[in-house]
Structures are given as structure tokens and as C-alpha cells.
Ligand binder design. Structure first.
Ligand code: ZN
Ligand code: FE
Length: 251
């Protein structure tokens, strides 16, 4: 099975899975690039996977369903027009012969799910390369727990998130930890990739804890910076996480 990025909007990736003449898509915010790719490659759409209800992730579902009546797997706790298979933690979804386990990873939205089939993880807007999604519906504690849950997956996991935010996330990571060599190295590598218009996604989970400040809330240097920004002592990793997320919102 191959997994292809279909760029959409400003910085979204719609992930297209293909195997033989069959294809599936994850978070099709726009139908046009999907239909164009299917037509150009002579592929038939088999299934749609949705991680959460935001328009840039579901906007193309209705039009895709008008072309092909396929199962739409999505978060049971969210309202997804066209959804045929609501899923939640522990469910299994088989797409193109590969089985994915559903993970509840709330925080960005209230019912956000991820799909994990080793070594592939589709995690929507929860974990980004060197960053994480904004907290729109959940609480800092929820998103923190979701990120820790994803970070506990095997190191060889390939993380397919849905936005190309890596360089701006790394700029923030460098502001949090100016002396973190893993951050500077990742900036150089990512700049090179983006200079060639190559996606920085997927990325390997191993090493993410070295440069993603949101997974570094137990590091003294990170705690200190977060406390300076918050103007108060922060007692727990969740409080540090919440302060970092607040800071990043205005960064
Ligand atoms: Zn979103
Ligand atoms: Fe999004």
C-alpha cells in the first residue's frame, strides 16, 4: 500500500491510500484534488476516514459520495454529515485490506479520533511535527493526555498529521528552548525539505520528544520558560502544557 499526500487549501494534506486499483482517503476537506488524482491514476474510491468534524477535513465528503457510495468512518462523538460507520476507542477499521485501530484523542475537538495500523498513524489535528493542535472544544488536560497517548506508540510509527505546520512549530520550539540542538537540527532539515517543496510529513515518532515542546513539559528549561510567560509557578505537566499552548496561540 502506498500513501500519497494531496495538498489542499493553504497547508492541508489529504492522505490518499492506494493499493492496486483501489484507494481510500483520510480527511478529504476538498473533493477536487481527490477526484483529479483518482481519475488521473484510474483508481476507484473504496472508503473515507475522518478524524474530526472541522470543514477543512470533511468539506469534500458530500461530493465524493455523489461520485461513489462508500463507507465513511468517523468519530462517533461528532456530527459528520455522510458518516456511515461511527467509530471510537478500540474499534477496528479495515481499509484496503489493512486494519487500523481507532484511538480516542480528544482535545482539539471533543470527539477527535486517530487511526493506527502499525507503523502508520493518522492523527488529524492532534499531534503535529514539533507541535500540536489548538484546543477548540476540549481541555488542556484532554489534549495533553491524547498527545501522551500518541507519543507512547512505537518509535517507528510514521505520523501522518493533516497540516504542514512544521516550520512555524519549530520557530516556536526554538523560542521555548533556544539551546535545544535537536530543534536547530530539525529546523535545518525541514527548511531543506520545504525548499524543495517536499512535505515534512509523515515524520517518525521516535525523536519527537526531543524537539516537540508540547511533549517536553517535564524538562526544566521548558517549565522555566512557560512559568515566565504565564507569570506564575506551574505545578504540573498539564499546567506547563496549558501555558505553552496559550503562548503558542499568540505566537
Ligand atoms: Zn481541525
Ligand atoms: Fe485542520
Amino acid at each position: 500500500m502506498q500513501i500519497i499526500p494531496l495538498p489542499a487549501f493553504r497547508d492541508n494534506y489529504i492522505w490518499l491510500l492506494r493499493d492496486g486499483s483501489r484507494a481510500a482517503v483520510v480527511d478529504p476537506g476538498d473533493a477536487a484534488p481527490v477526484l483529479a488524482y483518482l481519475a488521473a491514476e484510474g483508481l476507484t474510491l473504496d472508503a473515507i476516514l475522518i478524524t474530526h468534524h472541522h470543514a477543512d477535513h470533511i468539506g469534500g465528503v458530500a461530493e465524493l459520495l455523489a461520485h461513489a457510495s462508500v463507507p465513511v468512518h468517523g468519530p462517533a462523538r461528532e456530527n459528520i454529515p455522510g458518516m456511515t460507520h461511527p467509530v471510537s476507542e478500540g474499534d477496528a477499521v479495515t481499509v484496503l485490506g489493512k486494519t487500523f485501530r481507532v484511538l480516542d484523542i480528544p482535545g482539539h475537538t471533543g470527539g477527535h479520533v486517530g487511526y493506527y495500523g502499525a507503523p502508520v498513524l493518522f492523527c488529524g489535528d492532534t499531534l503535529f511535527a514539533a507541535g500540536c493542535g489548538r484546543i477548540f472544544e476540549g481541555t488542556p488536560a484532554q489534549l495533553f493526555a491524547s498527545l501522551e497517548k500518541l507519543a507512547a506508540l512505537p518509535g517507528d510509527t510514521q505520523v501522518y498529521c493533516t497540516h504542514e505546520y512544521t516550520l512555524s512549530n519549530l520557530a516556536f520550539a526554538a523560542a521555548v528552548e533556544p539551546d535545544n540542538a535537536a530543534v536547530s537540527e530539525r529546523i535545518a532539515l525541514s527548511q531543506k525539505l520545504r525548499g524543495n517543496n517536499t512535505p515534512t510529513v509523515p515524520f517518525r515518532l521516535a525523536g519527537e520528544r526531543n524537539s516537540n515542546p508540547f511533549l517536553r513539559t517535564r524538562e526544566t528549561a521548558v517549565i522555566r520558560q512557560a512559568e515566565i510567560r504565564a507569570g506564575q509557578a506551574l505545578e504540573t505537566p498539564v499546567e506547563v502544557f496549558a501555558a505553552l499552548r496559550e503562548w503558542k496561540n499568540g505566537f
